[in-house]
Every structure is written in structure tokens, then in C-alpha cells.
Design a protein around this ligand. Structure first.
Ligand code: ADP
Ligand code: ZN
Length: 706
């Protein structure tokens, strides 16, 4: 296991394994098969990637989604791991190159699509190199019970048969008991160790708001989250388009995504979102499968999802990097009815189950107890504490005696002979003289206009609660009209007391959140500004390289940088998420930026770090000695000096790069495209002049040329 910890630090920059990761890895080291259930973002990949890197031979990963495969391989290569993929997107030439690398034992991980695995001759190809592990990702696809059944997966049993001594690990984020047994038997796993991680995602906030004035809430929500990428899930294709337009009209960069768009449009929307060119994506549930973007900071459900499984999977796409992320669900009874109508068709499969699941979803949305508790209990985990972080925990409901209010509503239902639906009842209570209402003579009943003092939205919410508490019923088979129940008769005729909940209007909520928000802004004033600079810098680097920003560093890593302000390489390497490869690739760049920030703010722990370096240099210490004393790499010392030169502080650098050399370098640089890139200069000199000399000479030439 020592090797495993070493690799975790060296390649991924993490110090600790998450729960179960170490156990899983150690069982793979023992050659055992395993089944791993972890929520999205739980850290499944590390479980097979570490054995892949540390064991001799190659690990073969079967993964169903081409886009995901590409993302994972890019991410791994960005960490200095030798990985490649084989699927239908490879050109013949690429394919041959990958096959050669595999054949020569130059790959730690080979990702393949299931189609590829079952193609002719693939087994003998696999036999050409020692294999240390098979990892079957998204293993629920093997089961017809699961929701993404892939027929090709069912043939994967031959892996175990052809390679009886190679361990197989199957991984998934969604698998009920039935699917679980299916995976084990279909893959022919031998006495597998089964690991089920907690499905809790403590970094995800949970909030439900009533579905009135959603747009207003959404603008407000996004405005508080400048530049943070997020997804809004809508029920219909049309509403994704409309919403994206409305957001755009408010200056929020957004795109829509649904199955009705042309392939090219869809791919573009997805790519723009992944690479942070678009902040908000308004999508149907078609969006999200196979997207590994770790810095999705929030999810909004514009409409109620069909069941808690889909809901949890969708919100699971936020905050995969472990940094805090917010989720917001809008709930209206209207949505429930729309979904009921969709599901309640003679031809729908498992209609009863689906309707029951929808009901659980509704109960969740209306719940007055800790939401995380409901979710985790639903997924079979015994979670008996209140989380303290969901909206119910943060703003516990305030009860009041709602008997009179309930009586008004129920007596109206009674007098209307249980013939009207929720909307009409509200109109009658509020005395809204609408045509249809008048033509039926509903304005003649005694309670017409008895509830004018409340808004339609407030009535909606109180009625939903009455419904939930069993004081009214909806006859779905009779055009959703409202019916009385035994409980409502007790309220009407026996004066039974009803406890209702004071509804929070947007304004109340804003008041309440203001205090919390103030605390947040204070925090942002100290780390937020630097975080923003780091984020912008990450974006710039990502654009230059044409890769998604989160593949450079995750939000969580940038947050830690902003808080810790590492000023040299050894400090930088202690930041979680900075492995050896990324330290080399991006370390000095980000250190420079932090140095800049810190020296401008004048809040370096030990005065200006540049000036300390300069003082030492002027006192005659060599660069190596300074690096030693300051516990940083020599390159950092050179960077400090170059920075000072660039900012106009002149001093003698003859001991590093002689006047003659400087002259040469300056002369040569004139032949290059301006502004001069050090790399180009380096190549111009046939790589014979070290970078630090070039950097200092150019830094100095910039001041002397102004
Ligand atoms: P999954 O495949 O289960 O959805 P991933 O393997 O993509 O999850 O991991 C989710 C995120 O968590 C990634 O950004 C990954 O780098 C990070 N992660 C994984 N293991 C650790 C760890 N031990 N410490 C910190 N971060 C981790
Ligand atoms: Zn809670």
C-alpha cells in the first residue's frame, strides 16, 4: 500500500484516500474480484487507476461512453499517466499507434468500448501483453434491470473465462440489489469483495422552493454566483430553449441542450459548457450522461423530476471536485399533475411503480424534515441525523394555527360540491371575477372572495400542505377535482385544529439569507479575489491548450491555493490536487500569479517575498544558495528576479547571464514573432541556452526598451 499512497500523491496530488478507496485497492492487489458501488463523484476511478499505475502490466478499462473515455484519458495524460483509448472514434492511424504502445507495454491504462472488446480478434490482441486488471465502468449497463442496458455488456463474461487469473473490478453509481446480483453473475466474478460507499454527498446543498416566479428566483440565484457553471434541468425541449433565451437577454451566457437538436449543435453546446465558454446550460435530462466536468457548481431543477433516483443522479453532477455546490428544486403541484398524466397511460411500463416513485418525489419536495435524511433513507442508508445544511435544517418551518384558513378552503370545496380543481378553488377564494367562474355562478357561494387577503401563490402552498396532510384529496380520474376526506369533515364540523406553515416569500428569504450572505462576502473578500484571478488564469491556459479548464486544476484545488497562497514549489506541491506532473507543467505559472497578488497586496507573511530574494541576491548569495535558504526551487528564484526586472527594478545580473550573452539573446529575439515566446527563443538557440538565462535577459530587455 505504500506504493499506492506514493502514486496517489505523485500523480494525483492527493494525500489521503477517500473512504473505501484504500480497501478496494488493497483487495485488487490481492488479486480479488470486486464490485464497487459509489455515488457519482465519489472517486471510483482512483480505485482502478492506482493499481493500474503501480502494478506491472496494463489495466484494461471497459467504458461505454466515448466522450467520457476521451475525458478520462486526457485527464490521466495531464497527470503524467500513460493512458490511451480504443473506440470507433479513432482513425486507423491512431488505432495502430495505440495498439503498438499496448503491445510494447507502454500503457498503464487502455480504455476500450464494449463493442471493441467483443470484436473479432480482440482477445488475442489482449493476450499480447500482460494485463494486471480489468475494470468494468458503469457496470450497471450489464443488467436489463438497470436503466442503461447495453446488450454488448452481457458478453463480457468471456473476459473472466479467457483470463481466469486477472482480477476484475466492476464499478457503478447506481445499482439496486437486483442489478447488483446481475453484475456479479454476468461477469462471472469469483467470490467478489463488495464495497458499498455511502451515497451521501456532504458538499451538495439541498434546497426546494415553491414553483412560483421561478424566473425571478433563477436570476437572483445566478447573479449570486458570478461565473459559476451550472445546469438547469427542464421538462420540455421548448422550455430549455425559452429559458436559455431569457437568460441570454439578461446577459447570462447560456445554451440549450435537448435530443431534438442536430448532433453538431448538441456537441457544441456540450463542449462550450465543458470548456467554460458557456456558464449555464438549460437542458432536458438528455444532458449529463458521460460528462465528467468536475466544476459544475450548481444544479437547478426547473421542473420536478420523475423520481428520486433521477433527481439524485442529476444533482450528483454538481461538485464532483468535492468543493461546495448548490442544488435548487422548484416544486409546484402542477408539475406533479403533468407527470402523472405522462405516466398514467395504459401503455406505460410498470405504471404503478412509476406513479409510486413520483409520489415519493413529491413527498420529498414537500418534506418538512431534513432532506438529506429522506434521500439517504430512500437509498437504504440509515442516516438518522439532521444534516444541518439543507434548507429545512437551516430554516426550520414555523407553524401557526391555520384552522380558520383551512375552514375557508374546505367549506368552499363543500359548497362547490367537490366539482372544481385547485386553480378554480383559488380563484373563487380570491374572488377573481373570471368569466368561467361567473358563468358557473360560483360567485354566488358564501366563501367567494373570503381569502382575498392571501396571494394566489400563498393559497397554492397552503392547499398543497392541506393535501399532504390529508385534509383534501385530488380525484385524478375526474379531471383532478378536489374532494373532501374524513379529516376535512372533522375540521369543518368538529372544529379540529390544523397546523399550517408560514410561507416564506422571496423577500423573507432574501432577508434571512442576507445575514449568511454577508458572512460569505467577507470570506470572499479575502480568498475570493485571488480565487477569481486563479480561475481566469486557468481559463487562459485551458484556451491556449484547447482543453477543459478543470483538467488543469479543479475548483477545489484553486480554492486551496487561494487560501494557502503557496509561494514556492514545495508549498505548491502540498496543495491537494497538485501532483508532480502538474507541478512541473503549471506550478511556476500559478506561483508567479500568487506572488504578484501577494506583493501587490503587501500581505506576504514575511514582507515582500521578491524583495527578500533580491536582498539575498544583492548580498552575493548564489541562486542555488538562495533557493536552499528560502526552501524553494532555483527556478522560483529566477522567476522572482525576472519579475522584479519586468516591473522596472534594475540590478546587475551579470553573474547569471553575461552582458555578451544578453546582447546575443536580444539580437536573436528580434527575428521572432512578437511578443517573444521563450520556447521559440529556446529552439532558436538549439536548446543550448538554458531557460532561466533567456527569461532574465528578456525581462531586462523589456525595461531597457521602454
Ligand atoms: P466517480 O468516477 O466516482 O464519479 P471520480 O473518480 O471522477 O468519481 O472522482 C471524482 C473527483 O474526486 C475527481 O475530481 C477526483 O480527482 C477526486 N478524487 C478522487 N479521489 C480523491 C482523493 N483520495 N482525494 C481527493 N480527491 C479525490
Ligand atoms: Zn438537513
Amino acid at each position: 500500500m505504500e506504493k499506492a499512497y506514493q502514486a496517489l500523491k505523485q500523480y494525483f496530488g492527493y494525500d489521503q484516500f477517500r473512504p473505501l478507496q484504500a480497501e478496494i485497492i488493497s483487495s485488487i492487489y490481492e488479486g480479488k474480484d470486486a464490485l464497487v458501488l459509489m455515488p457519482t463523484g465519489g472517486g471510483k476511478s482512483v480505485c482502478y487507476q492506482i493499481p493500474a499505475i503501480t502494478l506491472p502490466g496494463t489495466c484494461v478499462v471497459v467504458s461505454p461512453l466515448i466522450s467520457l473515455m476521451k475525458d478520462q484519458v486526457e485527464g490521466l495524460c495531464g497527470n503524467g499517466v500513460r493512458a490511451a483509448f480504443l473506440n470507433s472514434s479513432n482513425s486507423a492511424k491512431e488505432q495502430r499507434a495505440v495498439e503498438d504502445r499496448f503491445f510494447n507495454g507502454e500503457l498503464d491504462l487502455l480504455y476500450v468500448s464494449p463493442e471493441k472488446v467483443i470484436s473479432q480478434g480482440f482477445i488475442s490482441f489482449l493476450k499480447s501483453t500482460p494485463i494486471n486488471l480489468f475494470a468494468i465502468d458503469e457496470a450497471h449497463c450489464i443488467s436489463a434491470w438497470g436503466h442503461d442496458f447495453r446488450p454488448e455488456y452481457t458478453q463480457l463474461h468471456f473476459l473472466k473465462q479467457s483470463f481466469p487469473n486477472v482480477p476484475v473490478v466492476a464499478l457503478t453509481a447506481t445499482a439496486d440489489k437486483l442489478t447488483r446480483t446481475d453484475i456479479v453473475s454476468q461477469l462471472r466474478l469469483q467470490d467478489p469483495a463488495i464495497y458499498i460507499a455511502s451515497f451521501d454527498r456532504p458538499n451538495l446543498g439541498l434546497e426546494v422552493r415553491p414553483g412560483q416566479r421561478r424566473l425571478e428566483h433563477i436570476f437572483d440565484f445566478i447573479n449570486k454566483r458570478t461565473g459559476q457553471p451550472g445546469i438547469i434541468y427542464c421538462l420540455s425541449r421548448k422550455s430549455t430553449e425559452e429559458l436559455a433565451q431569457k437568460l441570454a437577454a439578461k446577459g447570462i451566457i447560456s445554451a440549450c441542450y435537448h435530443a431534438g437538436l442536430a448532433d453538431g449543435e448538441r456537441a457544441k453546446a456540450q463542449e462550450d459548457f465543458i470548456e467554460d465558454r458557456v456558464q449555464v446550460i438549460c437542458a432536458t435530462i438528455a444532458f449529463g450522461m458521460g460528462i465528467d466536468k468536475s466544476n459544475v457548481r450548481w444544479i437547478i431543477h426547473y421542473n420536478l423530476p420523475k423520481n428520486l433516483e433521477s433527481f439524485y443522479q442529476e444533482i450528483g453532477r454538481a461538485g464532483r471536485d468535492g468543493a461546495p455546490a448548490d442544488t435548487l428544486l422548484f416544486y409546484s403541484y402542477h408539475d406533479v399533475m403533468v407527470l402523472q398524466d405522462i405516466l398514467d397511460k395504459p401503455e406505460s411500463e410498470n405504471k404503478e411503480i412509476q406513479l409510486a416513485k413520483l409520489d415519493r418525489m413529491r413527498q420529498y419536495a414537500e418534506a418538512l424534515v431534513c432532506r438529506r435524511r429522506i434521500l439517504l433513507n430512500y437509498f437504504g442508508e440509515d442516516f438518522s441525523d439532521n444534516c444541518g445544511k439543507c434548507d429545512v435544517c437551516r430554516n426550520p418551518p414555523e407553524y401557526f394555527d391555520g384552522t380558520e384558513l383551512a375552514q375557508k378552503a374546505l367549506s368552499a370545496v363543500y359548497r362547490l360540491r367537490e366539482k372544481v380543481g385547485m386553480q378554480m378553488l383559488i380563484d373563487i377564494l380570491r374572488g377573481a371575477g373570471k368569466k368561467e367562474l361567473l358563468s358557473q355562478g360560483y360567485d354566488q357561494i358564501k366563501t367567494y372572495g373570503a381569502g382575498r387577503d392571501l396571494s394566489a401563490g400563498e393559497w397554492q402552498q397552503h392547499l398543497s400542505l392541506l393535501l399532504n396532510l390529508g385534509y383534501i384529496e385530488i380525484a385524478h380520474d375526474q379531471h383532478h377535482v378536489l374532494k373532501l376526506t374524513p379529516a376535512s369533515k372533522r375540521v369543518l364540523f368538529e372544529n379540529e385544529k390544523v397546523q399550517l406553515i408560514r410561507m416564506k416569500t422571496l423577500k423573507d428569504r432574501q432577508e434571512q439569507e442576507k445575514e449568511k450572505a454577508q458572512q460569505v462576502t467577507v470570506r470572499q473578500r479575502t480568498t475570493g479575489e485571488l480565487f477569481e484571478l486563479l480561475r481566469q488564469h486557468r481559463l487562459k491556459l485551458a484556451r491556449e491548450r484547447g482543453i477543459p479548464p478543470y483538467l488543469i486544476f479543479s475548483d477545489a484545488t484553486l480554492e486551496e491555493m487561494a487560501a494557502m497562497k503557496p509561494l514556492n514549489e514545495s508549498e505548491m506541491s502540498r496543495i491537494s490536487g497538485v501532483g508532480d506532473f502538474k507541478l512541473k507543467e503549471y506550478g511556476t505559472d500559478f506561483i508567479d500569479l500568487i506572488l504578484d497578488y501577494v506583493s501587490q497586496k503587501g500581505n506576504t507573511p514575511q514582507g515582500s517575498t521578491y524583495l527578500i530574494t533580491l536582498e539575498m541576491f544583492k548580498s552575493g548569495l548564489s541562486v542555488a544558495e538562495i533557493a536552499e535558504k528560502r526552501q524553494c526551487a532555483e527556478i522560483t528564484v529566477y522567476n522572482h528576479l525576472a519579475h522584479l526586472l519586468e516591473k522596472g527594478t534594475a540590478f546587475n545580473i551579470d553573474s547569471i547571464v553575461s552582458p555578451a550573452e544578453r546582447k546575443e539573446i536580444r539580437k536573436a529575439s528580434k527575428y521572432l514573432e512578437q511578443p517573444v515566446k521563450l520556447k521559440a527563443l529556446y529552439e532558436l538557440f538549439d536548446e543550448s541556452v538554458p531557460y532561466y538565462k533567456l527569461k532574465l535577459a528578456m525581462a531586462e530587455s523589456r525595461i531597457s526598451s521602454v
